[in-house]
Write a protein of this length. Structure first.
Length: 309
């Protein structure tokens, strides 16, 4: 059960910092879709927060600026907007795909991208996709009576399981992502059930082609390591290579050691490898994904037989 004494709704960063320098013991909330279940399920015990500060209506956290190279998304942008917005569908194709897998309509209306990243769950779905968009985050802090903004790569902001680079009343303001119009994209996840699923493994990928070669390829995974991560060996191997099933298969084996989960490692490795292959093929717009994976499986089987039988 979550109880609180005061609920504040600042409208600007200035108001937020005026409030949080005056009033002690403030706790930020945005959509409350992480905080409420945590309190309600008793994981946090009997939760009492003296002062709750709802940041979802702060102007600077709701920016939505589209440039040809960079796009700014406020930290309070919710997943339903990422799902439905036409500009996002064109220039940031991977984000609506994350939203398809994310909870349901009601939760998506509330759940913010900022809350998802600050929560920093290894199974959070937002981070792998943002990693493939080469994201920088901007945080704001209050020093010597001034608002100071600091920009850093997402990889530097998320420091570990449930750990981010925020102190005291610092606040996450926005995400600067790359406009990836012209890229193929894919996000998929697997978990223990079909709907409202928590990722056991999720993969995000983006590809750009030139003359039937990988001009750019970005792949990131979540769910299997403390912090979602880019698959640098896979990317390096494929960049500049031709769109060839054998190249994709060879690449899919290179980063399986990112799996840090101690349980069911072999299962996770197999799922991850298949997911990497699927994700790249789907980003390329291939329809025969299952067939190709079956072909790869048979190939491995016959290689094993010729080696060991
Ligand atoms: C039924 C259900 C299904 C879900 N499905 C998924 C899913 O499929 N994938 C997934 O990844 N997650 C899922 N979640 C988890 C949750 O919805 C997301 O993590 C969501 O994005 C959190 O955002 P929020 O705005 O609700 O965060 P809140 O609960 O409001 O806050 C989360 C944390 O972030 C902090 N915070 C929020 N905004 C800021 C900010 N701007 N600056 C600094 N700190 C901030 C808060 O203090 C708090 O510690 C699900 C939750 C539920 C209840």
């Amino acid at each position: 059960m979550l109880r609180y004494d005061n609920y504040f709704i600042p409208k600007t960063l200035k108001e937020y910092f005026e409030l949080t320098t005056k009033v002690k013991d403030c706790r930020i909330v945005a959509g409350c879709t992480d905080i409420l279940p945590w309190a309600r399920e008793g994981r946090g015990g009997e939760v009492f927060l003296k002062n709750v500060v709802d940041v979802s209506r702060i102007k600077e956290l709701n920016v939505f600026n589209f440039g040809t190279k960079k796009i700014l998304l406020g930290a309070a942008t919710n997943y339903q907007k990422l799902f439905l917005d036409k500009k996002i569908r064109k220039s940031l194709k991977v984000l609506p795909q994350v939203s398809v897998w994310f909870a349901d309509d009601q939760i998506r209306e509330l759940a913010t991208l900022g809350g998802n990243i600050v929560n920093a769950s290894p199974a959070g779905d937002g981070m792998p996709a943002l990693l493939t968009l080469n994201t920088n985050v901007t945080i704001a802090k209050f020093k010597n009576k001034k608002i100071i903004k600091e920009k850093m790569p997402l990889e530097k902001f998320v420091r570990g399981r449930n750990k981010v680079a925020l102190k005291n009343n610092d606040i996450l303001v926005n995400f600067e992502v790359e406009n990836t119009d012209g890229y193929g994209a894919c996000f998929e996840k697997v978990g223990h059930r079909r709907s409202l699923v928590i990722s056991t493994v999720c993969v995000s990928s983006l590809v750009k082609l030139n003359n039937n070669k990988f001009q750019d390829i970005r792949v990131a995974v979540g769910g299997v390591c403390e912090v979602p991560t880019r698959l640098s060996k896979t990317e390096k191997f494929l960049k500049g290579k031709s769109i060839d099933e054998n190249n994709i298969y060879a690449a899919s084996m290179l980063d399986l050691d990112v799996i840090k989960s101690r349980s069911r490692r072999e299962y996770r490795k197999e799922v991850l490898q298949n997911f990497i292959i699927r994700s790249i093929l789907k980003s390329l717009g291939k329809n025969n994904v299952e067939e190709t994976i079956q072909r790869f499986d048979n190939k491995v089987k016959s290689q094993m037989e010729s080696t060991y039988v």
